[in-house]
Write a protein that binds this ligand. Structure first.
Ligand SMILES: NC(=O)c1ccc[n+]([C@@H]2O[C@H](COP(=O)([O-])OP(=O)(O)OC[C@H]3O[C@@H](n4cnc5c(N)ncnc54)[C@H](O)[C@@H]3O)[C@@H](O)[C@H]2O)c1
Length: 334
């Protein structure tokens, strides 16, 4: 019998091969493939595994199979989200690992740390969405939740728009201050203003991203301003129901994914929101089947809750580059 080895890539290895300028077009391509229905997604798209109510956390399994003419890729990401981790254990909220399999034999070929990769691809999904859904001259970004994800949301948007200012609010003032100093180091041309409330963030922002671990909806419908793009990436709903009424268009990454997780779940469950109320999946807009923003006044809500194909597409590139450059550690399976 052949011996079987798997390439292990820790976060330091993965980081070497993540570049937002390259991840954004890759994620755009993923949505193009979704729009052309040239991607096969596993069914169900997401396995959301809640735990007993006393535990503030959940797991999500995201298997995906991308079947393109030139090559096929299969794999799975397993991500745990435990919002009390930073305070209680000094650990990040989310931790993720990802496995890539050889689609000819089924054998696993790569095993990698995937929380940073998740942040890059989630930022890139927002950037691709915003390139179709935000005003072209958007220059003020509002970030609610000075989170790990919130950092990559801003970095990705800075690749697409000429940003003048980022306004940030977090219920934890220290988190907002650390965010400000870290982001200033990376985006020297953008002013980062710490706000005292969500309303202050939203007022005058062209694009607002909510990236919190809030256990309940807090974003008021009346805060939505004409022309605004609101992006909600959180695992739980941050949006009060009036936001849905205020939005002229609701766009999602995938309808099936957004029925399982994120901002829209409670409203699908209560029947307030029906599938027909979703204007479009992003892929349909990327391929031109549906229009994105049509005027300067529309209020658009974009909910990218994450798709396994995004993870697998970015991970495959990381794996190929690492293999070519001899990075990572080979582990023997048998
Ligand atoms: N859509 C996706 O594909 C995707 C991918 C990964 C993570 N996420 C989600 O992104 C969110 C952020 O994750 P993270 O790992 O960056 O978390 P994190 O723990 O690093 O940060 C969360 C921040 O939110 C702040 N916060 C909580 N409630 C708030 C409120 N009401 N107003 C303002 N700030 C508030 C906290 O103080 C904290 O600073 C989570 O909900 C996570 O599940 C989404």
């Amino acid at each position: 019998m052949h011996k079987l080895e798997i390439l292990f890539l820790g976060q330091k290895d993965v980081k070497n091969f993540l570049d937002m300028q390259q991840v954004i077009p890759k994620i755009k391509k993923v949505f193009e493939n979704h729009g052309r229905a040239s991607v096969i997604l596993s069914d169900p798209v997401k396995i959301v595994l809640p735990l007993e109510p006393s535990i503030n956390g959940h797991f999500v399994g995201m298997p995906a199979f991308i079947d393109l003419k030139e090559k096929s890729v299969a794999g799975v990401k397993w991500i745990g989200t435990f919002p009390d981790n930073p305070k209680q254990h000094g650990l990040p909220t989310s931790s993720a690992i990802l496995i890539i399999n050889d689609t000819r034999t089924g054998v696993p070929v790569c095993f990698m740390e995937a929380s940073l990769l998740t942040a890059y691809r989630t930022g890139a999904s927002t950037a691709v969405g915003a390139s179709f859904l935000a005003k072209k001259d958007s220059h003020t970004i509002g970030i609610i939740g000075a989170s790990f994800q919130g950092r990559y949301q801003l970095l990705a948007l800075a690749e697409i728009f000429n940003l003048n200012e980022c306004k940030v609010f977090d219920i934890n003032k220290n988190a907002a201050e650390t965010y400000r100093s870290e982001m200033l180091e990376q985006l020297s041309c953008t002013e980062i203003k710490i706000c005292r409330s969500c309303e202050e963030v939203v007022s005058g922002s062209d694009i607002v991203v909510t990236a919190t671990t809030s256990p309940f909806p807090f974003f008021e419908g009346q805060w939505c301003e004409k022309g605004m793009l609101l992006v909600s990436i959180a695992a739980k709903s941050e949006l009060k129901p009036e936001v849905l009424d205020r939005a002229d268009k609701i766009v999602v990454d995938t309808i099936s994914g957004c029925m399982h997780q994120g901002a829209l779940v409670p409203y699908f469950k209560s029947g307030l929101l029906k599938e027909k109320d979703i204007y479009s999946e992003l892929g349909q807009i990327v391929v031109g089947e549906k229009k994105g923003r049509e005027n300067e006044k529309e209020i658009i809500l974009y909910v990218p809750i994450g798709v396994g194909t995004e993870d697998i597409a970015v991970a495959m590139k990381v794996y190929e580059l690492a293999k070519a450059q001899g990075k990572g550690t080979m582990l023997s399976l048998f």
